[in-house]
Design a binder for this molecule. Structure first.
Ligand code: ZN
Length: 150
């Protein structure tokens, strides 16, 4: 294993043990719940949007290390981003995980999940929070949307 792989592993473990932006936020403007039946991961994403900009985003849930670390790093990556930028990040992240493309510079720390492409079953763990985010971004009526990766 390379030093870079070691570093990536360490970041994923750190975020799975000490998730950032974990817990509810005050007055979320939208939220969604996600479930990955293949692994049993559950994630709720809450966000506060102002003029299409993500002002705050938190998550709650439980699941494997990959799903929790992914949700944690996602929340860190999204603050201050517009809806369109968030969508762009998700696309770049998805291409990275499925091996369609290498990490683009704008992905930043999300590149730590590049090793997941070796484990296709884990792709759903890593993308669960993002699918849930997408559902939350589409939630304009204040209804809680539910998504499943299947
Ligand atoms: Zn999982």
């Amino acid at each position: 294993m390379s030093d870079l792989d070691d570093l990536y592993q360490e970041i994923i473990l750190d975020h799975s043990k000490r998730p950032r932006n974990f817990g509810p936020i005050e007055g979320p403007s939208s939220k969604a719940e996600g479930y990955n039946p293949l692994c049993g991961d559950r994630v709720t994403v809450q966000l506060r949007l102002e003029n299409d900009v993500v002002k705050d985003v938190h998550f709650q849930g439980s699941g494997c290390a990959i799903s929790m670390a992914s949700a944690s790093l996602m929340t860190e990556s999204l603050k201050g981003k517009t809806k369109a930028e968030a969508e762009g990040l998700f696309q770049g992240f998805h291409e990275l995980l499925t091996g369609e493309a290498d990490a683009k510079p704008e992905l930043g720390k999300l590149a730590v999940f590049s090793g997941v492409r070796e484990y296709p079953i884990r792709v759903k763990c890593a993308t669960l929070a993002w699918h849930t985010l997408r559902a939350a971004l589409r939630d304009s009526e204040g209804q809680t949307r539910q998504v499943s990766t299947e």
